[in-house]
Design a protein around this ligand. Sequence first.
Ligand code: ADP
Ligand code: MG
Length: 695
Amino acid sequence: MPTQKSLHSIPLTSLKGVGAVLEAKLHQLSIYSVQDLLFHLPLRYEDRTRAFPIRELKIGQQAQLQGEVVSCSVQFGKRRSLTCTITDKTGFISLRFFHFSAAQKDALETGKCVRCFGEVRRGRNGFEIYHPEYKILDDPSAAKTSDTLTPVYPTTEGLQQLRLRAIIGQASALLANHEVEDFLPESIRQRYGLPSINEVLHTVHQPPLHASSDWLLQDANPAQKRLAFEELLAHRLGMRKNRIDINQIAAPALTLNSQLIAAFLKQLPFTLTGGQLSASGEINEDLQSGEPMLRLLQGDVGSGKTVVAALTVLHAIGNGYQVALMAPTEILAEQHYWNFQDWFTPLGIHVGWLSGKTKGALRREQLENTLTGKTQLLVGTHALFQEGVEYNKLGLIIIDEQHRFGVHQRLALREKSLKDNLTPHQLVMTATPIPRTLAMSAYADLDCSVINELPPGRIPISTALIGSERREEVVARIEAACQKGNQAYWVCTLIEESEELQCQAAEVTWQQLSTALPHLKIGLIHGRMKPAEKVEIMAAFKAGEIQLLVATTVIEVGVDVPNANLMVIENPERLGLSQLHQLRGRVGRGQAASFCIMLYQSPLSATGKKRLLVMRESTDGFYIAEKDLELRGPGQVLGTQQTGMMTFKIADIVRDADLLDNVQDASETILQQHPQVIDRLIQRWLQGSETYIHV
Ligand code: ADP
Ligand code: MG
């Protein structure tokens, strides 16, 4: 094929009808060249290749129809509308217009032939389409239909679908004698059986005649596979490249201070599990290597990640380095602070505290101690890396994350702490297990350690699903159990992420339960209480002075009361499965059998039911996370939909899970043998998404 001017350098304005105004609109869609237009992929397709038989229509279907007008009149219902009924001999359907003119009504004369396109819905008397696109055909036998499916593109305000489609049509016509540069080396394409990019782009914009409307998203479609592969590869390369850049900088090589470690282990009331030991061993190797550690520590709720973190902290402190431990919320950070103080004070280690709420003299003191190095471990929230916080000799950063931090966030944090040309080590702990596919794509820049067992003696929690109509029965069961000496949580949830409303809801529930159960000692804890109050309540609960603790989801993280073996979760259908798993993990820590009652709001939707059944079936965090991913998608599972992270144009890590191993291999081949295409692949797919490319 003769390669003429590269499509990348053809300006948009060279296309017919594209002037400066339209060009600016296209820029809003991150389209800067003709080649970019070709990578602007359809969301779906419309089938305008034929008239669909009315009898075979389904509700919700987008279809092209053709038929003869049998009646057309103005209806006076709740809203005035023009209703035109047509038939194609297989059935009848009504076209409804809420905005219409007299001329329109007159034109839709009985006996005329109409071709229309729109979404089928259920009407009072059979099928209807609201405001279809339509055309009156004077000579139905001569009217042409399209030859291929009609692509529908994502667009932006002020740019009509028809216009955009026409422009992209021009661009794809150029594919006949121009080539889009294929960044996938021939050898890789052959190895994985992927078609060339030219072929793929051509069919994507002009799909095969009999393809269905979700053709592009279909599993077995080679065009989809090729594009998804390339997109996943670009993402992975972006992350691998970050990692390689980071490895260019040295990190302190830390030798193991066995005395300090031994002193710490001696004061623990248990011995480490095999899983904890092996994770800790992997971490120690990293710390000794002189290359920066960048490791993800995974383990199910209750597997004992905190102890492994503590060993890592001691490893750094034993070499005279400081450690920063950051948690995503105040409450989780506080839990860590109390915990580490208990463990480390007897060892003569100074633990500091810093959050956004630390103000005045206390803040000055903490900053001073951090700067002079008196503070050896500083625990807190994002405030740890704000302007004005200076470390003396930071050697290790530990992040306990609920959701994935952006790569750029972590890099900023790293730059801040760069001293003597040495970069600190980093350990990331996840609050929830991450399914393998998600780990392979979203965490490709991290090494991974998994604590694959729970401490011995844990009895699996039994979970019951009970509808809200049986609430009183549940209250009675809780009363009986507490009177026998058990302790229970009652967790209130809300749809809104508003902390304030959540706290109010918990207060109302607390009052109701206090009235209903006058003989029980009932406590209340939520995020808006003062830290000292929270500590007091938790201490009373731990000591058994409170029998029933009403709480918001603040107890999701960190809370540890082994005697509490009952939990009621109200409206569990509002939470993600991983979050439910975290919550439920607060019980089942003691010697007695534990129970969790999920008190759902009836009736449950079909998916809602499916999700809660997963909770009843399993207590395996990894399995639950897999199901959560299948049912909700990666954005929800990572909690990152706001940042746009892990949003792919075409790939879908559940559907395309089978590509990931090959993508991983291909990315290593490219890094070693074809480094020249890396930046261009990243540019092609991640343009405009700052997440990975701003190194
Ligand atoms: P998570 O992995 O969910 O953060 P934690 O670190 O909070 O778990 O540990 C959960 C509980 O298990 C804590 O009470 C902790 O003291 C206890 N624990 C940790 N390791 C062990 C072990 N090896 N044997 C017994 N109990 C342990
Ligand atoms: Mg934890």
